[in-house]
Design a protein around this ligand. Structure first.
Ligand code: GSH
Length: 292
C-alpha cells in the first residue's frame, strides 16, 4: 500500500497535468477546441476513427458486411489522431459530442445520420443490414446482453487496469489490485461462457463477438498492456480458442488493419477508401501509436 495519501481539496481545480500517457489530451470540459470540418469521401458510410480496440470493432463489422455482399456498407475510414486533439475539432464534435473515436456518419439517408459509441454503431449497422444480430428474440436478447456487458465492463479493463498497470506515471498497488481482480473476473466470465459455446451467442458469430474480441482477445494475446503473464492469460483456454478462431476470419484480418498506425508496416492501413487499398497500401500520414 502506498504511503502517499492524497487529501482532496474542497473543490477540485484543473491546475496540473496528471501525468501518464494521455495527460496531454485529457480535459475536464467538452466541446470543440478549434474549427475544422471533417472530410467526406465517396461512400455511404463515413468513419472517423483510429485502430484501437474500440475502432477495430467497427472496421471489422464493416468488412464483415462487405464480405457478406452488402454494398451499402462501403466506407471511407478517415484517421483521427487523438494524440493531436483531432477529436476536438468542430466537425468531429458534430459527429460525436463525446469527442472519442469511433464516429460514423451514414450519408445514404436524405439527412446524414450520425452514430457515436462503438456499441451503438455495431447495433445500428446490424439493424440496418439485418445481419450479425439474431432475429429470434431470445438469441437477440442474449446478443445485446453481451454487447452491453462489453460496453459497461471494459472501462474497468481499459480505463482501470490498463491505465494503472501500463500507463500511469507511477505504479500503485491499490488500483492495480482492484482492477486486476475485476479483469480476471471478467475473463473468467468469458471463459465459462465460451466453454460450451462456440461464440458468445452459441453457434452464431454476432456483433457481441465483434465488440468483445478486440479487447479481451488482445489482452490474452499480450497485444495490449503487456499483461498476459501478470494475469496468467494462458489459463483462459476457452477465450484463447475463441480469439484464435475469430482472428482467422479474412474480414477480421482486414478490419484490424484499418486506421492502425503502429506495429509492423504490413499490419497498417492508415486510411481506407477502397477495397483495393489493402493491396496497394500507402502510408503517408504520421500518426499516433495507441492500442487503447
Ligand atoms: N465508449 C466509447 C469509448 C471510446 C473511446 O474511449 N475512444 C478513445 C480511443 S479508444 C478516444 O477516442 N480517446 C480520445 C480522448 O479520450 O480524448 C466507445 O466505445 O465508443
Amino acid at each position: 500500500m502506498s504511503k502517499d495519501v492524497y487529501t482532496p481539496p474542497k473543490v477540485w481545480k484543473w491546475d496540473a497535468q496528471s501525468g501518464g500517457r494521455f495527460a496531454s489530451i485529457n480535459r475536464p470540459i467538452a466541446g470543440a477546441t478549434h474549427d475544422k470540418e471533417l472530410p467526406v469521401g465517396k461512400h455511404p458510410m463515413q468513419l472517423y476513427s483510429l485502430g484501437t480496440p474500440n475502432g477495430v470493432k467497427v472496421t471489422v463489422m464493416l468488412e464483415e458486411l462487405l464480405a457478406s455482399g452488402h454494398k451499402g456498407a462501403e466506407y471511407d475510414a478517415f484517421l483521427i489522431n487523438i494524440m493531436e486533439g483531432e477529436q476536438f475539432s468542430s466537425g468531429f464534435v458534430d459527429a460525436n459530442p463525446n469527442s472519442k473515436i469511433p464516429a460514423l456518419v451514414d450519408h445514404s439517408a436524405d439527412t446524414p445520420i450520425r452514430v457515436f459509441e462503438s456499441g451503438a454503431i455495431l447495433l445500428y449497422l446490424a439493424e440496418k443490414f439485418n445481419q450479425f444480430i439474431p432475429t429470434d428474440l431470445a438469441a437477440r436478447t442474449e446478443c445485446l446482453s453481451w454487447l452491453f456487458w462489453q460496453m459497461g465492463g471494459t472501462p474497468m479493463l481499459g480505463g482501470g487496469f490498463g491505465h494503472f498497470y501500463a500507463y500511469a506515471p507511477e505504479k500503485y498497488e491499490y488500483p492495480i489490485n482492484r482492477y486486476t481482480m475485476e479483469v480476471k473476473r471478467q475473463l473468467d466470465v468469458l471463459d465459462r461462457r465460451l466453454a460450451d459455446n462456440q461464440f458468445l451467442v452459441g453457434d452464431e458469430y454476432t456483433i457481441a463477438d465483434m465488440a468483445v474480441w478486440p479487447w479481451y482477445g488482445a489482452l490474452v494475446k499480450n497485444k495490449v498492456y503487456e499483461a498476459a503473464e501478470f494475469i496468467e492469460a494462458h489459463t483462459y483456454t476457452n477465450v484463447l480458442r475463441w480469439t484464435d478462431q475469430i482472428a482467422e476470419r479474412e474480414p477480421v484480418k482486414r478490419g484490424r488493419m484499418v486506421n492502425r498506425t503502429w506495429g509492423e508496416p504490413e499490419t497498417q492501413l492508415h486510411e481506407r477508401h477502397d477495397a483495393n487499398d489493402f493491396d496497394t497500401k500507402t502510408q503517408d500520414k504520421i500518426a499516433p501509436k495507441s492500442d487503447s
